[in-house]
Ligand binder design. Sequence first.
Ligand SMILES: NC(=O)c1ccc[n+]([C@@H]2O[C@H](COP(=O)([O-])OP(=O)(O)OC[C@H]3O[C@@H](n4cnc5c(N)ncnc54)[C@H](OP(=O)(O)O)[C@@H]3O)[C@@H](O)[C@H]2O)c1
Length: 368
Amino acid sequence: MAGRIVLFGATGYTGRLTAEALVARGQRPLLAGRSGDRLAALAAELGGGLDTAVADVAQPQSVFELVDGGDVMLTTVGPFARWGDVAADAALAAGAHYLDSTGEPPFIRRVFEHFGPRARQAGIGMVTAFGYDWVPGNLAAGLALRDAGEEAVRVDVGYFVTGEAGMGSFSGGTKASVAGVMAAPAFAYRDGALRTVRTADRLRNFTLRGRELPAVTVGSSEHFGLPQAAPALRDVNVYLGWFGPFSRPLQAFSLLGAGAMKVPGASGLTARLAERLVKGSTGGPGPEQRARAGSHIVAEAYDRHGEQLSTVQLGGVEPYTFTAGILAWGARRAAEAGMLESGALGPLAAFGLDELEAGCREAGLTRV
Ligand SMILES: NC(=O)c1ccc[n+]([C@@H]2O[C@H](COP(=O)([O-])OP(=O)(O)OC[C@H]3O[C@@H](n4cnc5c(N)ncnc54)[C@H](OP(=O)(O)O)[C@@H]3O)[C@@H](O)[C@H]2O)c1
């Protein structure tokens, strides 16, 4: 029998979209969050008499009581650097598979390095960052590496948003998470190992539809997930192309920021300032605004001489629609069929390349 899907964070912006996506796929998630009233209102809106449960990270036991062995813990409770550990611990203690919506590099690293060995021991799969950040790049790179064959040792991934995309196209939760990330070091997979580097330490252009578009490096799940799936890889570079002409100033800002962070107390101060400036749970783009935006992901595989061997591009829906759809797909798949391995897994190791491509298609992203 399939385990239950426990959606923790159901009343948040992404949680609600994910609840809708699950119900649209015929699933009956347990809706969990902090407010019984808001959960009841959401359950009534979704129909079908879904069960609800009140749980708050501030009372860890309430989160531990949400899941049993064989369930799937699907959490959208963020920022994860602040709130993420309890749901991961609860999944581990119960023997439940785990998926989350984080995009935050420090938390991704924590899942792979801190929770991963315990997940392997417990025989469960933990898939972090199973949203727009950073599933599409794992898929695009997986396809590019398959096309490239055995010579490939490096892969570059670029993420771009298309259509109408401004600050209003990000949810309060995303802004809160990004604010925290600015204050933390990032990482990259270089020369066959994970290295701590600053965000935006590299900049390059990608050619999309005949246009040269700049993008800067970021820490993401590809740095862990791709070497797992393709052990011959020596370098994984992931670039964010959301900033257009601001990419180079951002790189300078990041360099200055890295220097400033060496001043004692500066990083805590920046994090506190970011928290004050950016509040979570302030909603996000509505359906019309989401419909006006889209996304484009490119992956390029290279051989050891730097010759490009293959390129793959994905395109389709904007980040939040994709995130809700792929989280719903992954949770259903994990509940019905489990994951391919145990431990902290990249999307490819958890589900396989062909399955993941089918899941992304269902969530609105296809090869273009
Ligand atoms: N990977 C991606 O591409 C992607 C896409 C979308 C979002 N995200 C990430 O997902 C997270 C959620 O984003 P969002 O847009 O949904 O933000 P949001 O609307 O602010 O939602 C945050 C959620 O966390 C819950 N929460 C906060 N403190 C809690 C606590 N102490 N105990 C239990 N729950 C608590 C909130 O509960 P209440 O409802 O009770 O306030 C809410 O459900 C963020 O970290 C965001 O960066 C990532």
